[in-house]
Ligand binder design. Structure first.
Ligand SMILES: [Zn+2]
Length: 573
């Protein structure tokens, strides 16, 4: 066994796939498997399946799947080597240096951020340099403990203090530019610090590593007020949620997440003892954000500012939540307030009360906005209806749907039955249940293929007979053929083959996905006493097919005829 596969085995032995994935996806036990909402595509009904017995996962929706390493790679967007490293570390397995170029680079970017982070912290507590910044934080009510806990720092009012530090430490300056910490002057070999005279908030990934920074100016007249790390190989705003590394445990316990608009708002929550919040990084909520959150929370409360921008953001976020099937409520704070000012003025209890009593379901809120915007012209009605119908069709619960249909009906003065009929049209257009789709896929032509696959996977004793009877020629589907060929080849080398092993060695992702799906939902399974009959059946069909092939190809040629005779003798047709 190679070193790598030895390490892989060690990790697999130490790790339980349900426990591992369960930290990122809410899983429920169904039969022998665990299911949840897929973290890789939008869905409202769980088709993401984790099989503890085989230690693999598979999504029947987007077909992603594989073992723990595959999950880690996909979920954290890391390379195979990084996945091995992360998981080895997680399960205390010693490994020698394993590396590839890409993960090495990402590793270095993390390192640079760590260096910058500790430099900023040092500067914040420098008696002179950090004085004004400390003052500012004190005024905002941010305690020393909190500063330490979330790693707040200060970038000095200088163009080159970080640059000089990097030079001193002999750090690759180009890499520091790539990390977004330095900026290169256009067309020149000159560099300067991106963050100057700003309070620095390290932004962590869920594992607590610094992926980037948010810098807030302490001079009110300087723009931009907030400056973030630009997109880098480890910093993607549309995926990141500030505070998730501190909050995810509380979010899971409370089953609820409070989403605010920036790290200052998040800090306000935290400072008042509200632990289940996250913040976007000055961007609108994305599908990715919500998909990630639904691994921890069953419900979201989104807090928007009371201004027009806040209301528009609420409207935009509706289909995102609907798409992910995550119930969401909206809270609009009283005019002129953000979470920080509200909490400072009225306190935690008042804030929680507000969430409890005036949070409106998102769709409700969006409807009310339409009313507030004044009367709707007749010619606009159909467009408004269309917008809402799309969102409505995502709601699973027909009772809730009914409530909204009646609301929309009143609101637009359109009869309910017309709305229901339109809704029905959308649903039909969207295609039927996944279950149905899978069934349809397995057309009659495939049944013969699946019979052979089922025998080869679940009754390996049948394999030698399937090989000698040349059962392969009966297979129509190229993916199944690939799997069968792999099984036959491996069987010749080693009689002890398992479905998991076949899954591992298949080179093609499509074949892997097909195999996972088949293992979960085999469609055809033979009882022990049915196996003999099934094999006989396949042997007979294979002979017939060979015969037909011969007749087609070798008509009128002596050699071909001899071949035919051989087959006839062998099979007694
Ligand atoms: Zn999926």
């Amino acid at each position: 066994m190679s070193n790598l596969s030895f390490i892989k085995e060690e990790i697999k032995n130490a790790c339980d796939i349900v426990e591992l994935i369960g930290q990122f996806v809410q899983l429920k036990k169904v039969g022998k498997n665990y299911v949840g909402l897929c973290p890789f595509h939008s869905e409202k009904k769980p088709s993401f399946t984790v099989n503890p017995e085989r230690q693999i996962f598979h999504c029947f929706g987007c077909k992603k799947g594989g073992d723990i390493f595959k999950f880690w790679m996909e979920y954290h967007n890391v390379s195979f080597f990084e996945a091995i490293k992360d998981l080895a570390e997680r399960y205390n397995i010693q490994i020698q240096e394993l590396s590839d170029e890409e993960s090495e680079k990402r590793e270095k970017l993390f390192e640079l951020n760590e260096i910058a982070g500790s430099f900023f912290r040092e500067m914040l507590f420098h008696p002179d340099i950090g004085k004004r910044a400390r003052e500012y934080l004190r005024k905002r009510g941010i305690s020393k403990e909190l500063i330490h806990e979330i790693g707040i720092g200060y970038a000095p009012d200088s163009w080159d203090s970080l640059y000089k530090l990097f030079l001193k430490k002999r750090i690759d300056i180009k890499l520091a530019v790539e990390a977004g910490l330095l900026v290169q002057k256009e067309g020149k070999e000159e560099y300067y610090d991106r963050f100057r005279n700003r309070i620095m908030f390290p932004i962590f990934d869920i594992r607590g590593r610094i992926v980037g920074f948010g810098g807030r100016t302490i001079e009110e007249d300087i723009t931009p007020k907030y400056l973030n790390t630009p997109e880098t190989p480890i910093f993607h705003k549309g995926n990141l949620l500030y505070g998730i590394n501190f909050s995810y445990k509380s979010i899971r316990e409370e089953k609820k997440v409070i989403i605010v608009e920036g790290y200052m708002d998040w800090i306000a929550l935290k400072r008042h003892g509200i632990e289940n919040g996250v913040a976007t990084l000055g961007t609108a909520l994305t599908q990715n954000h919500i998909r990630r959150l639904k691994g921890y929370a069953e419900e979201a409360i989104v807090i928007f500012d009371s201004d027009e921008a806040g209301k528009k953001a609420a409207l935009r976020s509706f289909p995102l939540f609907a798409n992910e099937g995550m119930p969401a409520k909206v809270v609009i704070l009283p005019e002129g307030h953000d979470p920080d000012t509200f909490l400072s003025q009225f306190g935690k209890e008042a804030f929680l009360n507000l969430l409890e009593n005036s949070a409106k379901p998102l769709l409700d809120f969006c409807l009310h906005m339409q009313i507030k915007n004044g009367k709707i012209k007749d010619e606009e009605k159909s467009q408004v209806l269309k917008n809402f119908l799309q969102s409505l069709s995502f709601i699973q619960d027909s009772l809730t749907q009914g409530i909204y249909v009646s609301k929309i009906s009143q609101f637009l003065s359109i009869r309910e039955d017309i709305i229901w009929a339109e809704l029905q049209k959308i649903k039909q257009g969207k295609g039927s249940d996944l279950e149905e789709e899978i069934k349809k896929e397995k057309s009659a032509k495939l049944i013969g293929d699946l019979q052979i696959l089922s025998l080869a996977l679940f009754h390996p004793d049948a394999i030698p007979r399937l090989i000698t009877s040349n059962a392969k020629i009966l297979i129509n589907d190229s993916v199944i053929k690939e799997i069968i060929e792999a099984i036959f080849q491996e069987y010749k080398k080693n009689r002890d083959i398992t479905p998991e092993y076949i899954h591992e060695i298949l080179p093609d992702e499509k074949a892997k996905a097909f195999l996972r799906e088949f293992l979960e939902r085999p469609f055809i399974v033979y009882e022990e006493e049915e196996v003999e009959q099934a094999i006989l059946d396949i042997e007979r069909k294979a002979r017939k097919k060979e015969l037909l092939n011969c007749l087609k190809e070798k008509k009128g040629d002596i050699k071909g005829q001899n071949e035919l005779i051989k087959i006839l003798r062998r099979g007694g047709i």
